[in-house]
Design a protein around this ligand. Structure first.
Ligand code: C5P
Length: 224
């Protein structure tokens, strides 16, 4: 069977990663969470006091950053490592969510991560989720999905996700963070969040995860 690239883009907390993971498992494909890569860079910048506006500091930092994914069989998930250290839990915390979109606008950061993502998907057989996969990373992806959902639903889902990790966050704080990130992500100069012309629109406001997965798999069957 032909191996393809499945690009899943969209707003924050629409269920992109949950859907992408299940689609990848169903097809035996690799799943790549590109948001985790921007989060890992943000963690490095914060820990090392890298100025978001100093090109030299940014270039030096990027030269020292190594991001890899490793499968944790016990947790049954891919986890992100920053310079050999497992940062999967740390990068999901609110202080990273609050800064990540500011780091994601930096064009040197985008160029470095997009190049790495293209390398990771060069053999195809991947499901990649993010903001610019169908427009910038793999404009030739065989299946493109653009996910959206109303912001209250998204905030509630994110709150549940955080709660499952024992992180208690106020619903309004989460909603404000989602709206702020959506705004920065869709108005930045370099590869902004937008729906590719050939992407299927998937509004998950009133859908179950199974329905979302079926929607994507249905589009995939016509392409493999
Ligand atoms: O997917 P997640 O919500 O973890 O992404 C965190 C942030 O990383 C996004 O709000 C966005 O600023 C950035 N991002 C991006 N391009 C991607 C993936 C994520 O700019 N392909």
């Amino acid at each position: 069977m032909k191996k393809i690239v499945i690009a899943i883009d969209g707003y924050s907390s629409c269920g992109k990663s949950t859907t992408a993971k299940l689609v990848a498992a169903e097809l035996g494909y690799a799943y790549i969470d590109t948001g985790a890569m921007y989060r890992a860079v943000t963690l490095y910048f914060l820990e090392n006091h890298v100025s978001f506006t100093n090109p030299k500091e940014i270039a030096d930092a990027l030269a020292n950053i190594d991001i890899t994914f490793h499968y944790n069989a016990k947790a049954k998930r891919n986890e992100v490592f920053l310079n050999g250290l497992n940062v999967e839990d740390e990068i999901r915390k609110m202080y990273i969510s609050n800064q990540v979109s500011e780091v994601s606008v930096i064009k040197e950061v985008r160029r470095a991560l997009v190049a790495q993502q293209q390398k990771m998907g060069r053999k195809r057989g991947v499901v990649m989720d993010g903001r610019d996969i169908g427009t910038a990373v793999f404009p030739d992806a065989e299946v493109k999905i653009f996910m959206t959902a109303d912001v209250d639903t998204r905030a509630r889902r994110r709150q549940q996700e955080l709660l499952a990790k024992k992180q208690l966050e106020n619903l309004d704080t989460i909603k404000q963070n989602l709206e702020k990130r959506d705004l920065i992500d869709s108005t930045r100069a370099e590869s902004p969040l937008r729906r590719a012309e050939d992407a299927y629109l998937l509004d998950t406001s009133h859908m179950t995860i199974d329905e979302q997965v079926d929607f994507v798999l249905d589009k995939v069957t016509t392409r493999i």
